[in-house]
Design a binder for this molecule. Sequence first.
Ligand code: GTP
Ligand code: ZN
Length: 294
Amino acid sequence: MAEGRIIKAISGFYYVKSDGEVHQCRGRGIFRKKNITPLVGDFVVFDKNNPDEGYVLEVKPRKNELIRPPVANIDQAIIVSSATMPDFNPLLLDRFLVLIESKGIKPIVFVTKKDIISESQRQLIDGYVREYQQIGYEVELLSSKENLDELRKLETYFSNNVSVIAGQSGVGKSSFLNAINPLLQLKTDDISKSLGRGKHTTRHVELVEVADGLVADTPGFSTLDFNEIEANELDECFPEINEQKPYCKFRGCMHNKEPKCAVKQAVEKGEISNKRYEHYISFLNEINSRKPRY
Ligand SMILES: Nc1nc2c(ncn2[C@@H]2O[C@H](COP(=O)(O)OP(=O)(O)OP(=O)(O)O)[C@@H](O)[C@H]2O)c(=O)[nH]1
Ligand SMILES: [Zn+2]
């Protein structure tokens, strides 16, 4: 009996990494009966008596899991946004931040393509970077076309962590991963756009090594709706709003129409950005207008 972590799953086989070695395993029949699907990222107990094929015997409790990519026990999500092409989009960034916060995963923001922005665009982007850093987020402005030494400075973000990458199409997710680990050779727009079909549809998710960490090679969060977030949980997904919440007069304040709301006061004083607050309200309305589920 040994313990390890599933780093790859392909058609019924699980590849379990344990003490630096990878063991090919099958799942126990009982998993299917009990409706347990081992996921990439799972910590498992397996039997490795047979060198060719072991069995995953037990899946340890997960701290979190994603449906897309199907990965468990994620430490952090790197949201990739581009400074340009496509334009930097704070509304979309906040949407990703909320989704990731709601899963209890730590978000990190990488803003790509700094090599192709004008001086005035740069000022705008620097302003955003500062704003998100003030909230407490780690933000890096970078270019994947940079030399490897520059990119290596970002390796510390990956050390000893399991990361997923998220972000809109074309922002440079694959380009970044390839740049930081040239062995990956993930397809980028430059190569595969001509094929005109989804790039990630036929691939299996795998945790690949980047620096001293593991990264899911398939980007996540394809659906960006808030179907799994309740209105009263939304403020917890905005750290700066969550911080003010205890000072609101009413318990259960939604920071919307309520009087004596500390969040609205902080917005008025300029301590919380107007834009972030507007996004909070627009997400709140979106959740409140969702059709009830039964
Ligand atoms: N100048 C510059 N171009 C970049 C940078 N990062 C990515 N690109 C270009 O942007 C385009 C899109 O990059 P991809 O890496 O395919 O983007 P992606 O986010 O993986 O896209 P999807 O696979 O569609 O989700 C490609 O033409 C890249 O060469 C960067 O930092 N600087
Ligand atoms: Zn309030």
